[in-house]
Design a protein around this ligand. Structure first.
Ligand code: ADP
Length: 365
């Protein structure tokens, strides 16, 4: 029950009780008259009493009603509206982090003043700790970016040296060692690239180029790019188009392709032979949902809250794929939310495999 409804109920109850007391007093006195006065006088006295009680009772009831109304207005202004304003400020802060400054007047009750004061202190504390988090995150991003830049040049040098060495006259054993070292250096260069991507996205330095994008075509490009890898793993990757064309979304093509690459690559890597990866889209309100559904190893309940954390890899994934850095999904989700969309996943209804859903806002024509 709301405070306002409670107030109205209490005030109405007082009014009804007052009216009941007036009526019951009249009935009681009327009954007493029979015992005090001779019967011939009772009717006359009863009439006079009725007139007296009617006017007096009406007066009392009207007075009580106007007092109750006054009290309601006073409590509404002093209590209910202030508590509601505080509640609104709290809700806005909790939902958007925006701060609404509440003005306190001298008529505000002391307790409400104190409540507003406590809320202000909480807001200040949260804002200070958020500022500190941002600063730590900026320093971390700067460090990652500097370290990644520093690593990139020598790594590229190592890769070139290995490529040159590979072409020279080497024994089969040495050739395989060099090939292995070259593969590892490729992996390292790709990790360094990912780290640079993370720091650019986190620090807001990455500038998105938003256009009206046909994601289904991008998905087809991705499926085609991955078909050699899929064929090798005996997995079918396909885009399932509906009967009508899907609307375009407001998105950065390069980044969305990056997300789809990541989802499709994961789907292939974490799906055993003879499995399938199906990509399809559907409209949901103002969003376009893009699903990548595999018949793979799935994501266990114990991992479901950590999959989007940086560097997190589930045990079942590590068991089937030693390579991987646990950064792809973290970046993919950050990019999706930067677009005003999201990236989520759910186990398939038949219990085999996972479906990742990328939602993006439909472009306004
Ligand atoms: P990586 O694949 O390099 O480990 P990601 O950030 O792309 O990093 O994925 C994080 C983790 O999420 C993976 O290590 C794996 O445990 C899990 N995962 C991602 N995609 C799938 C999938 N399609 N099926 C099962 N597990 C997945």
């Amino acid at each position: 029950m709301s405070l306002r409804a409670l107030l109205v109920t209490v005030l109405l109850s007082i009014l009804i009780t007052t009216s009941a007391v007036v009526v019951l007093s009249f009935l009681f006195l009327q009954e007493q008259l029979f015992t005090v006065f001779p019967s011939e006088l009772v009717s006359q006295a009863s009439n006079s009493l009725f007139v007296l009680f009617t006017w007096q009772g009406l007066g009392i009831i009207l007075l009580t009603a106007s007092m109750m109304l006054g009290l309601y207005v006073l409590l509404e202004r002093l209590l209910v509206s202030r508590i509601r304003a505080l509640l609104k400020a709290m809700t806005v802060f909790a939902e958007s982090g925006e701060r609404i400054v509440l003005s306190n007047t001298s008529s505000t009750p002391k307790e409400i003043w104190e409540l507003v004061d406590v809320f202000d202190k909480i807001v200040e504390k949260v804002e200070a700790s958020h500022k500190k988090d941002l600063e730590v995150s900026r320093v971390k991003s700067d460090f990652i970016s500097t370290a990644a830049h520093q690593l990139r040049t020598p790594l590229t040098g190592i890769r070139w040296a290995l490529e040159a060495l590979e072409k020279s006259d080497l024994s089969d054993e040495l050739k395989s060692l060099v090939q292995n070292a070259k593969d590892k250096s490729h992996e390292l260069v790709s990790i360094v690239g990912t780290l640079l991507d993370i720091s650019a996205i986190e620090s807001g330095k990455y500038k998105y180029v938003f256009t009206a994008l046909d994601v289904e075509s991008v998905a087809e490009e991705v499926a085609k790019d991955f078909s050699p890898m899929a064929q090798k793993a005996l997995i079918s990757v396909y885009v399932e188009r509906g009967t009508s064309n899907l609307p375009k979304v407001r998105a950065d093509k390069e980044r969305i392709k990056w997300i789809l690459n990541n989802l499709v690559e994961n789907a292939i890597r974490y799906t055993p032979e003879k499995g399938s990866v199906r990509i399809h889209g559907e409209v949901h309100g103002s969003k376009l949902l893009f699903m990548v559904r595999d018949t793979g190893i799935g994501i266990g309940k114990q991992d479901k809250n950590n999959i989007f954390e940086r560097f997190y890899r589930a045990q079942n994934a590590i068991a089937v794929q030693t390579g991987g850095n646990g950064l792809g999904l973290y970046i993919a989700r950050t990019v999706a939310t930067d677009h005003g969309g999201d990236l989520t996943f759910a186990p398939n209804e038949d219990g085999i495999g996972t479906t990742f859903t990328l939602s993006l806002p439909i472009a306004v024509p």
